[in-house]
Ligand binder design. Structure first.
Ligand code: 3YP
Ligand code: ZN
Length: 371
């Protein structure tokens, strides 16, 4: 078993600069300059933990490259790409589109490298160079829309890689599983009317984007039924997430029978994240990954590629990311020193109100028509 791994030092050089979490500093509003939530630390520390624990020696390193204009235009308008290129030339850089997604001078080149890193991870899986692959990239991508970026995302890395995979390898059916705590609205929008791409997003109910990711968002036109949303209540832990995987996501995958599974892997549902209120631990992420890989083994020869998204606690996210990549590589766990704390939190088990939401999501599976 071989697991591909994409990382590049330049990912940590994506410069979100002076910010106040997600807001620009403004003393008149009491907003003292600080850092952006999406700074380099969580990702750089995942990479360093992978090296420090020796996991790196069990992975096949895949070099990223910059996505071309043509590849970026698989998911975006010429206007969006032009704006990113032009703003990237400015001394102060620019913003992907919503005023909360800054990037520094030259930043479009790092965004190209992120999209290209995910492309290369997916290509390696399709070529059979590796069994599965993980792309630890910045900036993230799952909120980016065709005409503009948002929510810290410049380009829709995973959408670009999925479309590139269709083009290069004629991959027909692609399932996207997004377990970032926020709704994968960009990915959903890109494939809303496409019945050959099943997008599944499990997230905390209405965190970001506002009023997005409802159960009733099902895809449009020919794609009706092929977008699935699981908006979990705040306070959901390992029990609720694993039950969502067992009762909704895995059955959806079995009905759909994908040729390839892509994962938008954010870790902001972790028990100590500043941006959400869920309680997943590294053990939960490890088990979620195991269930997904098991489904992939049955359905698509184990072909899974993951693209890194959110996750903002710099001390805890690395253990969650490590657990996922270890599980992908079939490597014995490096113990997570935080597990006794976070794993022992009350209501880690599935709660009745969480089960009630899952019951409603199970009802949506009938609209996925077996291939
Ligand atoms: C974007 C602005 C407020 C919440 C934030 C979410 C970014 C993220 O991690 N998306 O997956
Ligand atoms: Zn997120």
């Amino acid at each position: 078993m071989a697991t591909g791994y994409v990382y590049h030092e330049l990912y940590a050089w994506h410069d979100t600069g002076s910010f106040v979490g997600m807001l620009p500093a403004d003393p008149r509003l009491g907003l003292q300059p600080f850092q952006h939530f999406e700074n380099a630390e969580t990702k750089r520390r995942i990479h360093e933990l992978i090296v420090a624990t020796g996991l790196i020696d069990r992975l096949v390193r895949i070099g990223p490259r910059k996505a071309t204009d043509e590849e970026i235009l698989l998911a975006h308008t010429e206007d969006h790409l032009r704006r990113m290129v032009e703003q990237s030339e400015q001394d102060r850089g620019g913003d992907a589109g919503d005023g909360g997604s800054p990037f520094g001078k030259g930043g479009v080149e790092i965004a190209r490298l992120a999209a290209g890193g995910v492309i290369e991870a997916v290509q390696a899986v399709l070529d059979g160079t590796v069994d599965n692959a993980y792309a630890l990239v910045r900036p993230p991508g799952h909120h980016a829309l065709r005409e503009h970026g948002m929510g810290f995302c410049m380009f829709a890395n995973l959408v670009i890689a999925a479309k590139a995979a269709r083009r290069s390898h004629g991959v027909e059916r692609i399932a996207v599983v997004d377990w970032d705590v926020h709704h994968g609205n960009g990915t959903q929008a890109a494939f809303a009317d496409d019945p050959a791409t099943l997008t599944i997003s499990v997230h905390q109910d209405r965190v970001f984007p506002p009023d997005s990711g409802h159960l009733h968002e099902r895809g449009t036109g020919a794609g009706a039924g092929y977008a699935l949303n699981i908006p979990l209540p705040p306070g959901t832990g390992n029990g609720g997430y694993l039950e969502a995987m067992r009762r909704v996501i895995v059955p959806a995958l079995h009905r759909f029978r994908p040729d390839l599974i892509l994962v938008a892997s954010g870790y902001d549902a972790n028990a100590a994240d500043p941006l959400a209120r869920q309680m997943v631990t590294s053990a939960g992420y490890r088990e979620l990954t195991g269930l997904l890989l098991e489904a992939a083994a049955e359905l698509c020869g184990g072909r899974v590629a993951m693209s890194h998204e959110g996750g903002y606690n710099p001390v805890y996210v690395p253990f969650c990311g490590l657990a996922v990549i270890e599980a992908m590589a079939g490597v014995e766990p490096f113990p997570d020193p935080f597990e006794p704390n976070f794993g022992g939190m009350g209501q880690q088990e599935l709660q009745p109100h969480q089960a009630a939401l899952l019951d409603r999501a199970v009802g949506l599976l009938a609209d996925i028509h077996p291939a």
